[in-house]
Design a binder for this molecule. Structure first.
Ligand code: GDG
Length: 731
């Protein structure tokens, strides 16, 4: 069967009205629906979502059939479900919190219960259509739990998720009582997309604090799967807005504007009614302008379109009342016989009317308090086919990251917004054109079609990465192969790192000592005369001596600075100087004093700065500061700096586990080599060993090693299989 792609969002891209007992369907013209048209309208692909109206049970089949012709699959929701899952949890918890308006949030337990049950309903609707190998693209904050639900029901599908609104900083996100569940829900995806890199950073920081997943750069490793987190700034259907300007209906609207406006300049604003859009603050800035710049009177009008939205909710109704009052106040105070300061419309318009406004307005004022992206700003730009006009844009809108030729303002600074309007009014034509043409090129290039393509391409790339990782896990088949080769070999070298490989991590480094099970494994393994078992660790040689001196093992300590063959004495690498230590430790001391929980470990030929016990985030920050601080010293003194697992180690460049391992092999021709290790320093071994060696990374699947195991417990299970003939204990 051919694999398909399933789009899922709260709303289907369709409007349904009931007329004379018939359901009439009209497809949505929004940019997202157009962009995704290239996906869901193809082959057996579908789009799953709520059809936007309550349909009585006995008529659901009828609607289902009508929708099926458009490749749409409905999830029918009752009025109660819409009220509690959508208006409730989505719009009274997630929307305000994600837009940093926490005082508007209402953490109601019933909302949460319904959010879960409706997400489950979406999962059930999906289950009826999804097969192994399919691709799913879920949209937005109403469905944060859905990725995990689908993953559980159908593990072998590729799931993408895109969030259209901002992801807040951890300090805000943590306020939500169900924060861990939300993060876990999102973790079901393979690819998580946001509009901006700031949203990505915020998500990664929340994920690292609210889960035990490992995070490296923008990749989260969770339950053996890698989740890629990326920014995909959404674009618009730029061609459509550009071409609309020439449309006869649009031209007619424009003509009549021109007549009524005379010489008045127009400042345009278009938003849904929402407290995140900064509508009141914008009116205040305009009022300030009329007060401070009386020359604007008669010359500048504000055209303000507010599209009705959620106005049954008390907070929105209140906002509407406040806007009504302030508009009334400004108009009453400043209007003249022939001029109205604010032309205020509380309704929606056909897109031709918007196009006429966009292409007529001298200035577009877009000043949300927070906005995931903001498409209005991009639509204004695409409509400026003669490259004139000025965009004033809030730095809190995702779009401000791309449109840096706009006049960028802080929407909370009313004076700043006012000054930007003055600047826009006075801006010479040449400057307008210079700025606008750059922004038009951006909006045209990064349009909705490229956005869809970029996301789908990345999803495909992630799918391929997941498939190749699956084969890397040293699962049963592979361990059996290693086991066979091991059994046939007569001269074996087994290199084993210690911390994180043979034992788990402990915040207290002295406490991670070997336990009886590990001693048993090492004793059994080394009992075979064909085996040379080498512990190769960053630990001090005194420690390795104390722990392993009595066993039949070779020991390499401090990444190779100290070495000991079984039944021989410890030897240090010759000609190593440690004179540099004074200078480096003086610098490290200043950081340790400022970073509670950190400490310095002094080894013969290296210094280690540990931050495992430091507050999450602070340790990484300080580590980066240290790296920057010591970069030059390190290079000048022939040292190397090695960031490891919650440590940074400084040591002589000659000391390296890879070189030490090669030294051990020098002059020998073993017929079986295997190395297991978990951190940065073990990568040197993986790279140094000959190609026929088995290399196994522990804990992560991003490595130069050929295979990986999940943790030290799997390592122990694996090692046992080598000396017992029984089946692999690795799952
Ligand atoms: C969310 C995020 C993110 C407006 N009035 C009329 C009308 N519109 C259209 C505009 C524009 C859209 O509505 C509004 O999009 P925004 O992006 O500005 O804002 P949200 O609705 O809050 O969207 C936002 C977006 O998702 C996409 O990811 O950018 O940050 O909050 O396209 O043209 N359309 C018509 N008549 C109107 O009166 N036909």
């Amino acid at each position: 069967m051919v694999n398909k792609t399933i789009i899922i969002s709260n709303r289907l891209p369709v409007k349904i009205v009931e007329q004379e007992g018939q359901y009439i369907l009209s497809p949505s013209e929004g940019g997202l629906a157009t962009g995704l048209g290239s996906v869901y309208k193809q082959g057996n692909n579908v789009w799953i979502g709520w059809p936007g109206i309550e349909v009585p049970e006995e008529r659901q089949d009828e609607v289902r059939h009508q929708l099926a012709e458009l490749n749409l699959i409905p999830v029918f929701l009752s009025a109660e479900e819409i009220n509690l899952y959508y208006e409730g949890f989505s719009n009274e918890v997630l929307w305000p919190v994600f837009h940093y308006m926490i005082t508007y949030a209402n953490f109601d337990q019933t909302y949460w219960d319904f959010y879960k049950s409706v997400n489950r309903k979406f999962e059930a609707a999906t289950a009826a259509h999804i097969n192994e190998g399919d691709t799913v693209w879920i949209h937005d904050y109403q469905l944060l739990l859905l990725p995990c639900m689908i993953r559980k029901a159908q593990p072998n599908v590729t799931i993408g998720f895109f969030q259209h609104i901002p992801f807040p900083s951890y300090e805000i996100f943590r306020l939500i009582p169900w924060r861990e569940e939300l993060i876990a829900g999102m973790f079901g995806a393979d690819l998580l997309g946001f509009h901006t890199f700031d949203d990505v950073r915020h998500f990664l920081s929340a994920a690292s604090r609210l889960s035990s997943a490992k995070i490296a750069d923008n990749i989260i490793t969770h339950k053996d799967r890698q989740i890629v987190v990326e920014s995909f700034p959404m674009g618009i259907d730029a061609d459509k807005f550009q071409n609309l300007v020439k449309d006869p209906t649009v031209q007619a609207y424009k003509e009549s504007f021109k007549e009524s406006l005379q010489d008045t300049k127009v400042v345009l604003t278009i938003d849904r009614l929402d407290y995140s859009k900064g509508i009141l603050q914008r009116l205040q800035a305009y009022q300030l302008l009329l007060e401070e710049h009386p020359e604007s009177v008669d010359r500048l009008s504000l055209y303000m379109i507010v599209v009705p939205s959620r106005d049954t909710v008390a907070q929105y109704k209140e906002l509407k009342d406040q806007i009504d009052q302030l508009v009334g106040k400004i108009n009453a105070r400043f209007r003249t016989l022939n001029w109205l300061p604010v032309h205020y419309f509380y309704r929606s318009f056909p897109v031709e009317f918007l196009s006429a406004l966009y292409s007529s307005a001298d200035i577009c004022l877009v000043t949300p308090m927070r906005d995931g992206m903001n498409l209005v700003s991009k639509e204004y730009i695409a409509s400026r086919t003669n490259n004139t006009g000025v965009l004033i844009l809030s730095e809190m809108a995702g779009a401000s990251k791309e449109l840096n030729d706009a006049l960028v303002v802080n929407p909370n600074n009313i004076g700043d917004v006012m000054r930007a309007i003055v600047k826009a009014v006075d801006m010479p034509l040449a400057e307008q054109k210079a700025r606008m043409s750059v922004m038009r090129a951006t909006v045209k290039k990064f349009d909705i079609h490229l956005w869809v393509k970029n996301f789908m391409d990345k999803l495909e790339e992630v799918r391929e990465m997941q498939e190749s990782l699956l084969t890397k896990h040293a699962v049963k088949a592979v361990t059996e192969q290693i086991g066979r080769e091991y059994a046939e070999a007569h001269d074996r070298y087994i290199f084993l790192d210690y911390d994180g490989t043979l034992v788990g991590f402990n915040a207290d480094i002295e406490r991670a000592s070997p336990d009886q099970e590990l001693y048993d494994i090492l004793t059994q393994l080394s009992a075979d005369p064909a085996n040379k078992v080498v512990i190769i660790s960053g630990r001090r040689h005194e420690t390795l001596q104390e722990w392993f001196g009595h066993l039949k093992l070779d020991l390499i300590a401090e990444h190779g600075a100290w070495q000991k063959h079984y039944q021989e004495e410890w030897k240090a690498l010759p000609l190593l100087t440690d004179a540099w230590k004074k200078e480096v430790s003086a610098v490290l001391d200043t950081y340790t004093d400022r970073t509670p929980g950190s400490f310095i470990e002094d080894k013969s030929y290296s210094l280690v700065w540990h931050y495992r016990k430091v507050e999450e985030g602070l340790g990484e920050l300080r580590a980066n500061e240290i790296i920057n601080h010591l970069k030059v010293t390190i290079a000048n003194k022939g040292l190397q700096m090695m960031p490891g697992n919650k440590v940074i180690e400084f040591k002589n460049i000659e000391v390296n586990k890879g070189k030490a391992a090669l030294n051990w092999l020098y002059g020998n021709t073993p017929d079986f080599i295997i190395a297991l290790g978990d951190d940065h320093t073990d990568e040197d071994i993986f790279k140094a060993l000959p190609p026929e060696a088995y290399t196994i990374k522990v804990g992560s699947n991003i490595s130069a090693a050929k295979y990986y195991l999940r943790n030290f417990a799997e390592v122990r299970g694996f090692l046992k299989t080598l000396y017992t003939d029984g089946p692999s204990v690795v799952a």
